[in-house]
Design a protein around this ligand. Sequence first.
Ligand code: ADP
Ligand code: MG
Length: 584
Amino acid sequence: MSDAETLRRLLRRIDRRGYKSYREIEGAYSVGEFTLFIDRVQSDPFAPPSKVRLRIPRRAARLPEDLAEGKIRRIALSDFIARKVREGIGRLPGVRRGSGKSGRIFIDAGGQEVLERTSIILTEDWVEARMEVGLPAAGRTILAREAEELLLRDLLEAGKYGLLFDASREREARKFVYCVENQEFIRSKLQERHLVAFVADGSVLPRKSGASDLPMERDLAIPFRSPPELRVEFELPNPLSLEDGSLRHITGMGLPEGVTLIVGGGFHGKSTLLKAIERGVYPHIPGDGREYVVTRPHAVKIRAEDGRRVEKVDISPFIGKLPGGVFTKEFSTDDASGSTSQAANIIEALEVGADVLLLDEDTSATNFMIRDARMQALVSKEDEPITPFIDRVRELYEKFGVSSVIVMGGSGDYFDVADTVLMMREYVPLDVTGKAKEIAASIVTKRRIERTEPMVPPAPRVPGPESISASRGKREVKIDVKAVDLIRFGTEVIDLRHVEQLVDISQTRAVAYSLYLTVRRFMDGRRALSEVLDLLERAFDDEGLDILDPFHRPGKHPGNFARPRRHEIAAAVNRLRTLAVKRK
Ligand code: ADP
Ligand code: MG
């Protein structure tokens, strides 16, 4: 391996040459205790930045050994370190060094959620930050002195700030890792305690604004307070505070399995609670306010999404014969309606293992949710293809073990089918189950149940690999992800605006490249989508997320990926307009 001096000499030699000469610095250099890898040099100052890595032995970094033990801690600690490197970059004096992306330093680090990602790798021996830099140029002429400052001073400084531990950093890391591990502990207990979600007392659920994921200021937000009837407790593996190691006891609301209704007046905090539960499938950073809102991992938000494509989904449990005699056991459309899209979203979620459905009246099709007595009297069942959700929700739970949490301020007909009714009043939840049941008994609904045939589990669909192509023009794979909710996949656009549990653009990137990877490795025209996803998830566990990069050279910088759930990958497959499936 070369050293820093070699890199300096190389840089001075190519000073003022054309940008392509930067290629000569690709390689590995030992710089003090660090190793700097320059994996891939960008083609010009405006192209995607160059990929570099900084590696240091764990011992030299004084990495707290116990915080790197086991998968959950390793993910949490890596996530923490990525944030610290980003903080280190932010502390650098903001100098620009020429055209395009010249002088930029970037690391992929998270927002409010803690995710497994490729930007930090922790092995038994070392820790590595995968970063990107814009190699400096004036026009297309190499600026070697600036490059030297960038690579051997600034990058290193950010690396030292993020990767080296002292007592106070260790303390901060410990707090972070403990908090994540506590959340995962609660998640691992939900099923055996027959709960779908836990919302800790004192949680701050509302956000700063509709456009921000940051918590509302503490003095404005009403902290969460569990209703006594639903209060549960957990003994946590780690203390809640490092100051008081005995503080391991947490209380909050346990939402039971079954059918839960969240009611209450407009603007009283119903959707805010549901949103927190949706996001609770991921761990959150300390200070988020929702760090102890924990949801079962296979809870899926279901909403209406008119205009989406649907490919051979059996929506017949919800939608019977359509005008023109359209067959709904294998329903396909290029332009779904509100109700058919919502039905398809449910069946697709069940197909890949959802066990909790989360619905909000704000984003549901009314005719999908309910048909009241008067409407039943006017429009006969023969003229209405829809079996509303209210007539399937109990069956979903009793027959398939699938629970539902439904925000519904507009229809008391749901009292009949709910196991738990929660009322939000001025942002505080009350258990009003008893009262709702009394009302249901005294004001009898005149609506008739519309279920005709019993529901059967969705038939597995087999995606055809030839229907999923990432190629565009001369390129075999051309995938662009410019926003968290939009993928350009080959010549197709995949619209994920209504896939609400996708939270990070690096997850979206991982979703996009997962499609390509599954086509090459797991889809064979015989395996059902859920089997393909099983194999993909196992490959992530065994080989890491680095395998997502189709041009990946083992050990090199793979690009920025964060782990998505199977549900969001399935959502992207299902929204690809070219998808063709057959039934197993
Ligand atoms: P709903 O769905 O019942 O109509 P939302 O959940 O949309 O109501 O909340 C309405 C408003 O109240 C939002 O602006 C939200 O940020 C705010 N809000 C929600 N929960 C709280 C809380 N606990 N403390 C303070 N404000 C809150
Ligand atoms: Mg609402």
